[in-house]
Design a protein around this ligand. Structure first.
Ligand code: NAP
Length: 317
């Protein structure tokens, strides 16, 4: 029985772990398939305060993990298959580890990259289709690449991929970009980046020798066209990782966990949420870390106030 289990290891989960470990709560942190979370797939982080020259995403995450470990946080890895929050102690079932019980749970499972859902896409993941420029850009040295999306992620990926690619074509379904001005300017100033705006992706097209390109609908001419490329990087946003909750925690229409405004409290007392899994608005490393701190403090307050008697009560009452 743990006082607290933290599910997820992005900046939110690690920060919650640092705070709880320093408060002698000996939290157990469950690392999923991607320890360190989304930041392990980014390059330089220039906007995390305290790093004047920037810091690499994986390095920042590694530092946070070590900091939590230094104060006694315990780690285990495995996929959380299901949870039971219907009564206390809460139960968390981890693949290969069985059921782990805790007095409180902090959910910091973040969000995962979205796919387009078009023919040819899933069949070619790892064979020319990717959602992670940092992971896969290296394989496209001297090749033609397409990046799909009009947000900051797409701008960042496009700029980054010009390090490897002979050219990067940015495909976006509208003629207006959603990305911030600074990110747009950076991509626009890059001579290797070409623009295919007003194009809706239809199909990832392959030939005998591999990926041929992306078939798109040109919304101006109303014609379909093939944009040739060796790789397609999809950068169209993220979906919160809440599937394992099986409806036990209230979420909004996009699946993001709802928390009581100004806190990290979910609809179930003793279960808290922090980071991107409950944030559809800011989605930054620093805001995730901030809410991780809030979750630890909310959790600590909850644990101080709860008793064994409370745990046996049904939460529905
Ligand atoms: P986003 O801002 O939600 O943008 C997603 C883009 O993908 C939009 O342009 C959207 O088109 C397009 N899209 C979505 N679904 C699509 C589909 N099915 N087919 C074609 N296009 C589709 O997501 P994001 O770029 O990942 O950014 C998320 C947050 O992280 C933002 O707050 C951003 O500022 C932040 N971020 C910051 C940095 C940085 O500062 N270094 C880097 C990356 C991300 P529409 O515009 O037509 O909806």
């Amino acid at each position: 029985m743990y006082k607290s289990i933290i599910i997820g290891t992005g900046p939110a989960g690690y920060t919650a772990a640092i705070y709880l470990a320093r408060a002698n709560m000996n939290p157990l942190i469950i690392e999923g398939m991607q320890p360190g979370g989304q930041l392990t797939t980014t390059t330089e982080i220039e906007n995390f305060p305290g790093f004047e020259q920037g810091i690499l995403g994986p390095e920042l995450m590694d530092n946070m993990r070590k900091q939590a470990e230094r104060f006694g946080a315990e780690f285990t890895s495995g996929w959380v298959e299901e949870v039971d929050f219907s009564k206390r102690p809460f139960k968390v079932k981890v693949e290969g580890k069985g059921i782990i019980e805790a007095e409180s749970v902090i959910i910091a499972t973040g969000a995962s990259a979205k796919y387009l859902g078009i023919p040819g896409e899933q069949d070619n993941v790892g064979r020319g289709v990717s959602t992670c420029a940092t992971c896969d850009g290296f394989f496209f040295r001297g090749k033609k690449i397409i990046v799909v999306g009009g947000g900051d992620s797409a701008m960042e990926e496009a700029s980054f991929l010009t390090r490897f690619a002979s050219s990067v074509t940015l495909v976006h379904r509208r003629d207006e970009l959603r990305a911030s001005k600074i990110m747009q300017d950076r991509a626009r100033e890059n001579e290797k980046v070409h623009w295919a705006l007003n194009r809706t992706p239809l199909e990832v097209v392959t030939g005998e020798t591999g990926l041929k390109g992306l078939k798109v609908h040109n919304n101006e001419t109303n014609q379909d066209e093939l944009i040739e490329a060796d790789g397609v990087f999809v950068a169209i946003g993220h979906t919160p990782n809440t599937g394992f909750l099986n409806g036990q925690i209230h979420t909004d229409e996009h699946g993001y966990i709802e928390v009581k405004p100004g806190t990290t409290e979910t609809n179930i007392p003793g279960v808290f949420a922090c980071g991107d899994v409950q944030d559809n608005r800011y989605r930054q490393a620093i805001t995730a870390a901030g809410t991780g701190c809030m979750a630890a403090m909310d959790c600590e307050k909850y644990l101080e106030g709860s008793s064994v008697h409370d745990w046996s009560e049904s939460l529905d009452q």
